[in-house]
Structures are given as C-alpha cells and as structure tokens.
Design a protein around this ligand. Structure first.
Ligand code: SER
Length: 318
C-alpha cells in the first residue's frame, strides 16, 4: 500500500481509518472520498467529493491520484436497509461493482468489509465457523454474501487482489454509526454519560459479536499488508473481539456509573435481525492466515469509551 483511496471516508470506520493511514503512509498518500463534503478530512491530506456509483468519476479519481489500494467503505447498514431494500442493493452493490471494475482496470488492491450480517438463522450460532451455511435474511446480508462471492470471483477470474473481513458491531467515539443493528452498543455509552439511562432496542439476552475501533482499524491494515501466499481465504475472514448482550454491557457500565439504568423498547426489525445473526464467530482462520489478534476487551473498551465520551460531554460536543 503506497497510494490509498478511502471511499466512504466520512462514515463510522472511514473517518478514523483515514487518520491512521495518513499517520502510517503519509498525509499526501491517502485520499479521502465521500458523497458529501467532509471539511475535517481535507485538512491534513487530499479529499474529493465522489459518488461511488458514478463509475467515470471513480476511475478518474483513481487515475489522477495514481492509487494502488482502495478501501470501499460505502454501505447502507442492516436496519435501514430493510426500510428500502432496492436502494440498499443499488448502493451496496453499485459501489462494490464500480470498486471491483476500477481495481481491475488500474491494478489496485481492494478492501471491502463484509459483516456478521452475512450469516443467517440457519448458520451455527456459537463459534460460527469460517466456512459454513450463510443464507442471510436481510438485504444487507444478501449484499454482503454476494459481495464476498463477487470479490472472490474477481480475484479468480481477473487476478484482482481483493480482501475482506466479516466485521462485527464496531464500537467507536468519533463518528456515530447509522442504521445498523449493533448501533445500540455505541449509543448506550453516549446515553450513559448524558442521561445515566438507556432505552435499548434489542432484548436483554441477545448476544452479538463486537469490537472496539482500534482493533477494527488494525484488522484493515494487517490484512492488506499480509503476505498473499499465506491467505487461503480472502473474502471475508471472520474476526471478533468480544461477544455480549445488552445486559452484560449495562453491567459493565454500572461499574463506572452505579446509577445507570437500562430499559427495553424492542424495535421489531432490529430484534429479528439480531436474533438471525451469530452469537459469536470463530476467527481461527484470520488468526492463522494473517496473525489477527484483538487487544480490546469489553472491560477496557468500556473504560476508554466512558472516558472519551465524558470529555466530549464536558466540552459540550453533544
Ligand atoms: N454494524 C452492522 C449493522 O448492524 C453489522 O455489520 O448493520
């Protein structure tokens, strides 16, 4: 990776990945792109407004900046996808197809996140294996499985260096996620700091995999830097750092804010999506093939999230 383009740089992952990559590879070598103007991202390095569905502008940008690696982070997430499945398909698959074609044309490496959402109710629930039955029941999951297959196909057929991980819910404190089923695990910290209570949209006992942002960013870099000769899989690797229920995260928060309360107002869409996903993934292949090893547990994540969000609240930032 020498000249990098992040498409969807204004989102939850992109807005933090861009800072890390600029630190590692040099500010001028990491171009941010988003469908909206993002003033902050243009301060330290190049930024372009780019609609990933516009193949011509996408190719123009890759050519202009002599890009060799693309991170395609464009996505409509699981819960919001169910409101307009056709739109979710058009955005998620349109951005991926253009990324694959541009990567093929300009000989770029391509990273596209897959998700725990690629699994479905028939997948084994606990320690869900790398290679197993998928059959997701959301349009988001259908896009992710299709995306994994298409990315493998472009590798086999055209030799494009496509790589991907199946991300769990990502906990972070810079840019809010939007429209995902795992978003509650971010929102709970903000509400805990501000109101000392949280109304949770999924049931107290539903397990989902999660990960703190620093581990997610390291996964992106580590996988893209991995020796391709070691990769038996490509799209996408199971990775996880922790698995918990709303009850468990609430208990962890209470260790810092004893008066914290959690109530439940179940959102039927999020609830049924959460129940269709694994409780926990088996990430052995990622560990063996490219050295995946997460650092952050729920305990340290909670301590850090409450500290950072507490500071933001004191400064009147939300
Ligand atoms: N965070 C995503 C969602 O909840 C899962 O990949 O939709």
């Amino acid at each position: 990776m020498k000249r990098i383009l992040i498409v969807g740089a204004g989102g939850q992952i992109g807005s933090e990945l861009i800072s890390l990559l600029r630190k590692l590879y040099g500010n001028s070598n990491v171009v941010g792109a988003d469908v909206r103007e993002c003033k902050d991202l243009g301060q330290d390095g190049p930024f372009v407004v780019l609609n990933a569905l516009d193949a011509q502008s996408y190719g123009y940008t890759v050519n202009k900046y002599r890009i060799d690696t693309i991170f395609n982070l464009v996505a409509l997430l699981s819960a919001v996808g169910e409101k307009d499945p056709q739109l979710a398909w058009n955005i998620n698959m349109g951005a991926l197809m253009n990324s694959l074609d541009v990567a093929r044309q300009y000989e770029c490496k391509l990273f596209t996140p897959s998700s725990i959402g690629a699994f479905g109710p028939q997948s084994p629930k606990d320690r869900t294996p790398q290679d197993t039955i998928m059959r997701p029941t959301t349009i988001y999951g259908v896009c992710k499985v299709t995306g994994e297959l298409l990315s493998d196909y472009y590798h086999l057929r055209y030799g494009v260096d496509t790589r991907s991980v199946r991300f769990p819910g990502i906990i972070s404190n810079v840019t809010m996620p939007g429209g995902g089923t795992t978003d509650y695990a971010v929102e709970i910290y903000y509400d805990a700091v501000k109101d000392k209570k949280f109304v949770c949209p999924v049931s107290p006992n539903v397990y989902m995999d999660m990960m703190y942002m620093p581990d997610a960013l390291n996964a992106c870099v580590q996988l893209m830097e991995a020796d391709p000769a070691r990769l038996k899989h490509r799209n996408g690797f199971n990775i996880t750092a922790m698995s918990f229920t709303p009850e468990i995260i609430a208990a962890e928060i209470r260790k810092h804010i004893p008066e914290f309360e959690i109530a439940y107002e179940i959102d039927p869409t999020k609830e049924s999506i959460a129940r269709s996903w694994p409780n926990s993934l088996d990430d052995t292949c990622a560990r063996e093939e490219w050295g995946w090893s997460p650092k952050w547990t729920l305990t340290d994540t909670t301590e850090d999230m409450l500290y950072v969000i507490g500071k933001k609240y004191e400064q009147g930032l939300f």
